[in-house]
Write a new protein. Structure first.
Length: 348
């Protein structure tokens, strides 16, 4: 980072040596979730037609406030472990997850088709195709979103939201490990080794909106990989979107040094990362401004509804950091605590 900005940095070895980032879900917290579900059902409500006021969590909500503080002011990573997903029917599980999300922030759209609760699973094996849009563009190549909806590995990246949450319903027979790394530590390591490349990562890289807004797949925008504002660090990174933009006419070509900086960035991410297996009932929450995530390839258990399944929410917490001027191009607004990020929906 640069002088004047502070954010906690950590290494993969730090997570391996401690468990304080894992917070067990108590039986009383699960009972509060079930009581809140009964409350919304008694009022004839289903997601997405209720918010935190209709989903009361009198005690657990205070724990969730602590989670939000850790996401914004601590490591930027929390794992809530032990939601009893095996005893909740699919429709109940989604209502409970929506209710939890409403306590954590504003829930944002994940694609141009107004998806609010995403399913992370191997759609190619399950349905024979990726169900959302073309998996491959003749110019841009395979979309980032289609990669996420397969069983293949995912490179380190951030999502287009302040916080991404993943609720684990089922795990894979083999693989599917979650990989996380502190973006702050990555930046500091690159600065120590190659200050020249570190400086380049604070300059603009062009990206394609591949797989995002409907009709705007080939629109482009420029943002740095690293940035700082009001004493806070932020990063926005997916190499797939940078590579796609380079295939489009009119986009400035990256220099050899810029490409080298991305190579070093990827290598340092792998070097400093922590890799963890998921358990059913895990809820992983990551602050995209300070944590990159990826995953290993996986192999599913054969049979209907035996596949690896994670439910995903994109969140804009009410305690989020201010963002630098110019970041409106991606976030909609740079104001702290605002409903921001996600995918803008087409107007009727």
């Amino acid at each position: 980072m640069r002088d004047g900005a502070t954010s906690p940095a950590w290494l993969g070895s730090d997570l391996a040596a401690s468990t304080d980032w894992i917070r067990p879900v108590s039986a009383s917290a699960a009972a509060e979730c079930e009581a809140a579900l009964a409350h919304v059902r008694g009022r004839g409500l289903r997601w997405p037609d209720f918010g935190r006021d209709e989903f009361p969590l009198p005690t657990f909500s205070r724990e969730l406030d602590g989670v939000l503080d850790e996401l914004e002011n601590g490591r930027g990573l929390v794992l809530l472990r032990g939601f009893p997903v095996d005893r909740w029917a699919a429709e109940d599980l989604r209502d409970i997850y929506w209710g939890l999300g409403s306590h954590l922030g504003h829930i944002r759209y994940q694609n141009a088709r107004a998806e609010l609760i995403g399913e992370v699973r191997d759609e190619i094996a399950r349905y024979g195709e990726v169900r959302e849009g073309p998996a491959v563009d003749a110019v841009l190549g395979r979309s980032s979103r289609s990669k996420a909806r397969s069983s293949g590995p995912l490179r380190f990246h951030t999502d287009r939201c302040d916080v991404v949450s993943l609720l684990v319903v089922r795990t894979a027979r083999a693989g599917g490990l979650s990989k996380v790394v502190s973006a702050v530590s990555v930046a500091e390591t690159i600065r120590a080794r190659r200050p020249d490349l570190h400086a380049l990562l604070y300059q603009d890289y062009w990206r394609s909106r591949q797989g995002e807004e409907a009709g705007g797949e080939r629109d482009t925008y420029a943002l740095p990989i690293f940035a700082e504002h009001a004493g806070k660090f932020t990063t926005q990174y997916s190499r797939t979107f940078v590579e796609a933009a380079q295939k489009l006419a009119g986009v400035p070509k990256m220099s050899a040094a810029q490409d080298e900086a991305l190579d070093l960035h990827a290598a340092v991410c792998e070097e400093l990362a922590f890799t963890m297996p998921f358990q059913p009932g895990d809820l992983q929450l990551l602050n995209n401004h300070v944590v990159y995530h990826g995953r290993t390839a996986y192999e599913d258990t054969p049979g209907v509804d035996n596949d690896r399944l994670l439910l995903r929410l994109w969140l804009a917490p009410r305690n989020s950091r201010p963002l630098p001027p110019g970041f409106e191009v991606l976030w909609g607004t740079t104001a702290p605590g605002a409903p921001r990020g996600g995918i803008a929906q087409a107007r009727a």
